[in-house]
Design a protein. Structure first.
Length: 479
C-alpha cells in the first residue's frame, strides 16, 4: 500500500493541475468516476483495482479544484467608489513606500487586498472603514518574460479584489492571542534594530522571523543572485537545518527525547512568529525532512511528506500551481530526503560535529532539487549558488542562535544583549560580505530564455530516474 502512495498522490496532484489549466466541469469528474466503476466491474484483480483507484484520485483532484474555484460577482468591480467596513485578517505587510493589508468585508464573504500608505498605524484584527474603488487583480510579466498569474496567486488566499490607496479609518482595535504574538514579534525586531546596525539588523530579522522588508532592493537582489534568498524567508529547508543543529547539540540525550525537544522547538518558534499558513507549512515540511534524515527513515518520511502534501492540497488546491512557497518547500524537502542519504558517503572528509556533514549534504541536495523550478520561475541561474551556500549555511544555525538571544535579551536588559549582539554581528557581517562579494563576480548569474514547463517535468523525471538508479545500484531502494 505504501509503495502505491506516490502514485495516488501524483494522480490527485495531476487532477488538480488539469483543472487549474483547463475549463472542465463536474461532468468530466463523473466520466472518470464512471470509468473507474466500469473497470472494477470488469475485474477486481489487483491491476484493474489499482487503475480504478488511480482514476478515482485523479477525479478527486479535478473535483476538488473545481469546487475551490469561486463564482465571483464581476459587477462589484464596476460599482465605482464604495464604502465598506471589515477586519484586518493578516499581519500588515509593510514595504518601503506602502503597506499591504488584507481586509475581510463585513457585508460579503470576500477579502480585499488594500494598498495604503506605509505610515498608516494599522494592526492585525483592527476594524476599519474603507472608501475607494475595487479593481480586478491583473496578471503581469516578470523580469524573465514569464507571465505571473497574480489573480490566481491571490485567489489561493480567497482574495479576488484589490484597492489602491483608498480613504481608510480605524474604527476599533481589539486584542487577540495572535495579535499579542505579532506585537511581541514587533518588539523583538525593534530590539534588534536598537542593537545591530543596518543592514545586519534587517538580515537578523530575516533569518529568525522571516522579516526581510528592510534589506533594501539592492541587497535583496544580491541574495537572489547568489542563491541565498531562502535564508531570509521562512522555509522548510531553513527549519530542517535548524532542527539538524538542535539534534546535534543534544546528542548526549537518547533519540526520542532529542526528537521531542526539536519538535517542541519548532512548535514554539511557529507560534512566536505568528503561525501564518506559510510558516506552518514550512514547519511541517522542515520537521518531516530533518527528523527523517536524523532517524534514517527516508522511506517513512517520504510517505509522511506525501500525506502532508495531500492534506494541504485537499484543504487548498490553489497551492499546487499558484503558490511558489509550497512548490519550493515540497520539492526541497523531497530532495533533502532522497539526496542526503546518497551524498553522505561521499562527504566523509567533513566532520560530523554540529551536524556539519548533514548540513553540507542537505545544502547540495536541496540546491539540485529546486534548481529546475527556480530557473523556470525567475529565468536566472546562479552559477555561484552552491559555493556560496556551502560557505554560508554552516554558520546560519549559530547566527540564528545569537541573533535570537540578542533580540530577546534586548527586550529585557539591553547592556547584556550587547554581548550577544557582538557575536551575532560577526556572523551577519560574514554573510553580507560574502553575498556582496560573489554578487559582483562577473557572470555570477546567467539569464535563460522563457521555456515550457514541460522541460521542468522532464528535468524532475530525469532526476527521479537518476536517484532510483543510484539507489538500485547501492541496493538501497526502499519499499
Amino acid at each position: 500500500m505504501y509503495r502505491f502512495l506516490p502514485v495516488l498522490f501524483g494522480a490527485f496532484a495531476l487532477g488538480v493541475a488539469a483543472r487549474s489549466f483547463y475549463e472542465v466541469g463536474l461532468a468530466f469528474v463523473g466520466l472518470f468516476v464512471l470509468s473507474a466503476l466500469c473497470i472494477l466491474l470488469i475485474s477486481l484483480r489487483q491491476l484493474f483495482a489499482a487503475c480504478a483507484i488511480v482514476l478515482l484520485f485523479f477525479a478527486l483532484g479535478v473535483g476538488r479544484m473545481h469546487i475551490a474555484i469561486p463564482t465571483v460577482n464581476t459587477d462589484m468591480h464596476t460599482e465605482g467608489t464604495i464604502v465598506f467596513e471589515g477586519v484586518v485578517v493578516r499581519e500588515p505587510d509593510i514595504r518601503e513606500t506602502y503597506t499591504n493589508i488584507v481586509v475581510a468585508r463585513n457585508d460579503t464573504a470576500q477579502k480585499v487586498l488594500v494598498r495604503t500608505t506605509s505610515f498608516e498605524n494599522i494592526f492585525y484584527k483592527d476594524s476599519v472603514r474603507i472608501r475607494g474603488t475595487l479593481e480586478v487583480p491583473e496578471n503581469f510579466e516578470g523580469d524573465g518574460g514569464r507571465i505571473f498569474n497574480y489573480r490566481a496567486y491571490l485567489a489561493k488566499d480567497a482574495i479576488y479584489s484589490i484597492m489602491a490607496f483608498p480613504e481608510l479609518e480605524v474604527i476599533t482595535s481589539r486584542s487577540t492571542p495572535t495579535g499579542f504574538l505579532l506585537a511581541l514579534k514587533g518588539r523583538y525586531l525593534e530590539s534588534l534594530k536598537a542593537i545591530l546596525p543596518e543592514p545586519s539588523a534587517a538580515l537578523a530579522g530575516g533569518i529568525t522571523v522571516g522579516e526581510r522588508r528592510s534589506l533594501g532592493d539592492e541587497l535583496t537582489q544580491d541574495f537572489r543572485d547568489t542563491g541565498l534568498i531562502h535564508i531570509v524567508v521562512l522555509s522548510g529547508y531553513n527549519i530542517a537545518i535548524v532542527v539538524l543543529f538542535i539534534v546535534a547539540l543534544l546528542s548526549f540525550l537518547p533519540t526520542k527525547p532529542r526528537h521531542l525537544v526539536a519538535i517542541g522547538g519548532i512548535i514554539l518558534f511557529t507560534i512566536l512568529v505568528g503561525a501564518s499558513a506559510t510558516v506552518v507549512r514550512a514547519a511541517i515540511m522542515g520537521s518531516i525532512a530533518s527528523l527523517g534524515v536524523v532517524a534514517g527513515r527516508t522511506s517513512t518520511a517520504l510517505h509522511t511528506l506525501m500525506l502532508a502534501g495531500f492534506a494541504m492540497l485537499l484543504w487548498n488546491p490553489y497551492l499546487l500551481i499558484y503558490d511558489p512557497s509550497f512548490q519550493l518547500s515540497f520539492v526541497a524537502t523531497a530532495g533533502l530526503l532522497l539526496g542526503v542519504p546518497l551524498l553522505l558517503p561521499h562527504l566523509s572528509f567533513i566532520p560530523e560535529k554540529y551536524a556539519l556533514r548533514d548540513i553540507f549534504a542537505a545544502t547540495i541536495a536541496t540546491q539540485i532539487a529546486v534548481l529546475p523550478l527556480l530557473v523556470y520561475m525567475i529565468g536566472d541561474i546562479s552559477l555561484v549558488a552552491v559555493l556560496v551556500n556551502l560557505l554560508v549555511l554552516p554558520t546560519i544555525p549559530l547566527a540564528m542562535l545569537f541573533v535570537f538571544l540578542t533580540g530577546v535579551v534586548g527586550m529585557v536588559f539591553q547592556p547584556l544583549a550587547l554581548l550577544f549582539g557582538v557575536i551575532a554581528y560577526a556572523f551577519l557581517s560574514y554573510v553580507i560580505l560574502l553575498v556582496e562579494f560573489f554578487a559582483d563576480v562577473p557572470f555570477a548569474v546567467m539569464s535563460l530564455p522563457t521555456f515550457s514547463f514541460a522541460f521542468v517535468v522532464l528535468a524532475y523525471g530525469l532526476l527521479s530516474a537518476l536517484v532510483w538508479y543510484i539507489q538500485r545500484k547501492n541496493g538501497s531502494v526502499q519499499n
